[in-house]
Design a binder for this molecule. Structure first.
Ligand SMILES: Nc1nc2c(ncn2[C@@H]2O[C@H](COP(=O)(O)OP(=O)(O)OP(=O)(O)O)[C@@H](O)[C@H]2O)c(=O)[nH]1
Ligand SMILES: [Zn+2]
Length: 189
């Protein structure tokens, strides 16, 4: 990431909104924003990859593995305002192939830390899980608040947007899908 360029751009924005980038409270702001963008957009760094996942084997296929309520923070690509919430990620292993549990929240972070939309985070979690494990099934659901709908524009506070994607056995096996929905606090039909 080109921090110097971000700093200059932030100075320019401060000027453009009619504030003074040289006043005491703002002098260090461009550098802080550049550093902050480095964090919230960390996945755009050319060195950033999600290849530190660990795959293990168990003798018998367990059923569903589900990590619930994984907090995530992202920035909407339309307004560069935060959207944030929680993700539920489940899979059903194939051939005893399982993943290091901590890698799932890492994967959610990796997918979230770039300008995006909630729908794409949802589908990319599914795509990455598929690539790493080729499991029998994947279920992902996200619930998030979008600051671009709360602090501006339509200005509706406390709206939660829900997105979900079900693959493989989660599509075919209604009981399994219902178990995911029940466990994650959502109600099936
Ligand atoms: N589908 C989707 N839309 C999003 C997401 N985050 C923000 N948006 C929407 O992106 C849209 C951008 O619409 P535009 O009409 O181009 O922008 P705008 O004039 O600022 O729109 P308003 O927010 O309605 O004022 C808005 O409707 C936002 O609510 C997201 O994660 N997914
Ligand atoms: Zn937005």
């Amino acid at each position: 990431m080109d921090e110097k360029r971000i700093e200059n751009a932030v100075k320019e924005i401060l000027n453009a909104i009619g504030d003074d980038p040289n006043r005491e409270g703002l002098v260090e702001t461009p550098a802080r924003v550049a550093k902050m963008y480095g964090e919230v957009f960390a996945s755009l760094d050319e060195k950033a990859t999600f290849d530190d996942y660990k795959v293990f084997h168990v003798d018998e296929d367990p059923g569903m593995v589900l990590i619930q309520q994984i907090p995530f923070y992202s920035m909407c690509e339309h307004h560069l305002l935060p959207f944030f919430g929680t993700a539920n990620v489940a899979y059903v292993p194939r051939d005893g192939k399982i993943m290091g549990l901590s890698k799932i929240p890492r994967l959610v972070d990796f997918v979230a830390k770039r300008p995006g939309v909630q729908e794409r985070i949802t589908t990319q979690i599914v795509a990455q899980m598929e690539q790493i494990l080729h499991p029998k099934g994947i279920a992902v659901s996200l619930s998030a608040r979008h600051m671009c709908m709360e602090m501006r524009g339509i200005s509706k506070s406390g709206l939660f947007t829900y997105t979900s994607k079900f693959e493989g056995v989660f599509k075919d096996d209604l009981e399994l899908k219902n178990e995911f929905l029940r466990q994650t606090g959502n109600h099936s039909e």
